[in-house]
Design a binder for this molecule. Sequence first.
Ligand SMILES: [Zn+2]
Ligand SMILES: [Zn+2]
Length: 267
Amino acid sequence: MEFLQGLQKSIYETFVYAFTAYFRYAILGFLIFWIAFKDRLVHFRIQPRPRTKSQVIFREIGYNFLTFFAIGISSWIVDTTLLNGRYGLFYNNSYKYISDYGWIYFILSVFLLLVFEDTYFYWAHRFLHLPKVYNRIHKIHHYSVDPNPFTTYSFHPLEAAILFFGQVLATSIIPVHDLAVSIWLLLTLLNSIIIHLGYEIYPRWFTQSWLTNWKTPSTHHNMHHEKFHGNYGLIFTWWDKLMRTEFSDYQAKLEFVQKRKITFLSF
Ligand SMILES: [Zn+2]
Ligand SMILES: [Zn+2]
């Protein structure tokens, strides 16, 4: 019975996180971009096609709940059997005081977590696009050809578990302070919602500068939902460039969307 209580606690804590973080931002994004200002912000839209049907959005919200259920179970499995080397897979690598490694490492560790997560996601995502895996698992995330904020965590439970294990692996390899983990989780959550907004909110100067053009803007992942076989990256454009999986018309599409915005704003 003790294990049932542990499982319940893990699922409960995951849903507390879901409602205090994910749903709050996803609902806010949806209310602003898909309901309240949908006409005024139309020039920021990436795909001019008619909006995703409400049945699809409701189905995605249902899968959001299933995702957090799966993460709750996965988190319980990690805590009870796979953590601290009992089966040699995950380790608690957190340190207590920022001064243990210093502030420079603290900032670097957030960046390292993002790089690790992006690398894990890119290859897991390539795996999820293998035809048999796609049809059984990843197809659910692709219900929306024109994604919305609730597409973000619309996953088959197995996909939710695969991606969750990547996050646990990141913190078990890289020594991290709890605050760095919180900052990383917030950044990666906001990034995931922004790339599913259906709107391009990154300005042209940001995506054109060599200092920042390695960050994926919304159009990057939006094209993945529209055309499937390319732009697999989550946070950075590096892996798609290296593996030549970036859509050949990506830059042109991005400029087209952003210039449309500029024309609108200059009126
Ligand atoms: Zn995909
Ligand atoms: Zn997506």
